[in-house]
Write a protein that binds this ligand. Structure first.
Ligand code: ZN
Length: 211
């Protein structure tokens, strides 16, 4: 399951409040962040996911994406999780790019907390294995550094991410780079780099699925 984060358009439906699990209420979705020059996160995530899907299908994987295009309004985070649950996904990868501090760069992963009864309990340990595999393999495959502003490249387990809270199987988010950083923005807008990032995600997923 590949979830290209965000969507193109804003609207009242996308701003509606939804229950994101673990006692958290938040917007259905957003249009995400962008580089300072205006290259949007939703375009980055959709392109990377499309490239990763092609690579995975070439390896024989069955791939479902949470949105079929990068136009219009995408599904709410609740629906994205439900699509993965309905597909009984072996792994759910939410693909994002961060809007972090301008002087910070690199990637990080987000995973569900262990032993939180409101989150995805059966799959928490598997999700953490997926997070570790992605963290280590994506780094080795792409050469992307761990985030300079998120300690060790693992986001603190605070249980605020809807797709993570609501998924029933192994689930992580990868924030592939920082759109607000000049050098990472150069990576985001380079198709060859986006292919490398897609291949890195596939490598991390392959490590997990073949372990
Ligand atoms: Zn995002």
């Amino acid at each position: 399951m590949l979830d290209p984060g965000h969507n193109l358009n804003n609207s009242s439906s996308i701003n509606q409040t939804v229950y994101a699990g673990n006692g958290v209420y938040k917007a259905c979705d957003t249009t995400g962040t962008s580089t300072n020059a205006g290259y949007p996160e939703h375009a980055f995530t959709f392109d990377v996911a499309t490239r990763a899907a092609a690579l995975l299908r070439a390896e024989g994987a069955t791939v479902v994406m949470t949105r079929p295009n990068d136009s219009g309004i995408g599904p709410c985070i609740t629906t994205r999780a439900q699509i993965g649950n309905d597909a009984h996904a072996n792994a759910f990868i939410a693909i994002h790019a961060d809007g972090g501090p301008a002087d910070g760069h690199g990637f990080f992963v987000m995973q569900p907390p262990l032993n939180n009864p409101n989150i995805n309990v059966p799959a928490s340990a598997q999700s953490r294995a997926l997070a570790t595999d992605m963290h280590d393999t994506f780094h080795a495959s792409t050469g992307m550094p761990y985030s300079t502003y998120i300690a060790n490249g693992y986001y603190p387990d605070d249980g605020v991410t809807g797709t993570i809270n609501l998924s029933h199987g192994p689930v992580i988010t990868i924030e592939c780079l920082n759109m607000r950083n000049a050098s990472d923005a150069g990576i985001a807008t380079d198709p060859a780099w986006r292919q490398r990032i897609a291949a890195g995600i596939v490598a991390g997923l392959t490590t997990f699925l073949t372990a």
